[in-house]
Design a protein around this ligand. Structure first.
Ligand code: DQA
Length: 158
């Protein structure tokens, strides 16, 4: 099983940008924690960050046939990108979106969310811990997929 983590614009600046909103943790530290959880669970994990919308669309498309789950923080593109929304919808892979801050209690423009309707679930407002929650949720989804595949296999054998 493989999980791909996709990080949108300015998330490479975590630890520097608006620490009062996003906290002091750097992206590399968040990824190191996620990697540890994945390794302990025997799951492959890949990390990708881009400031460019088209590169994020390309990465989502590359997940088709390669990844079993995606964890995405589309950052500012969450509020604007029909292209990223369509890409998530096209690949049809279980996807959890994460937002470090609670986008519902910030500026009005952050209340528009293009991505959420095509995601399996959304985790917002837990700070960087939200990525850990997303990992736990994604591992649960993977277990359920594996169990239903096994049940299907046994039905076919019977
Ligand atoms: C964010 C929230 C977005 O509104 C913002 O543009 C970001 C980060 C978050 O993780 O809280 O860059 O996605």
């Amino acid at each position: 099983m493989k999980i791909v983590v996709i990080q949108g614009p300015n998330l490479n600046m975590l630890g520097v940008r608006e620490q009062n909103i996003y906290g002091p943790m750097k992206l590399e530290q968040i990824h190191a924690q996620m990697k540890e959880v994945a390794t302990n669970s025997g799951v492959d994990i890949e990390f990708f960050q881009s400031n460019l919308e088209g590169e994020i669309v390309d990465k989502i498309q590359e997940c088709y046939g390669d990844a079993h789950g995606m964890i995405i923080n589309a950052a500012a593109y969450t509020h604007t990108s029909i292209a990223i929304r369509d890409a998530i919808s096209a690949v049809s892979i279980p996807t959890i979106e994460v937002h470090i801050s609670n986008i519902h209690r910030r500026e009005e423009f952050r209340k528009t969310n293009m991505i959420a309707p095509v995601c399996t679930s959304s985790i917002v407002g837990f700070g960087p811990f939200g990525y850990h929650l997303a990992m736990v949720g994604m591992l649960q989804i993977m277990n359920e997929i594996a169990a239903s595949q096994e049940a299907q296999r046994q039905t076919l054998q019977a």
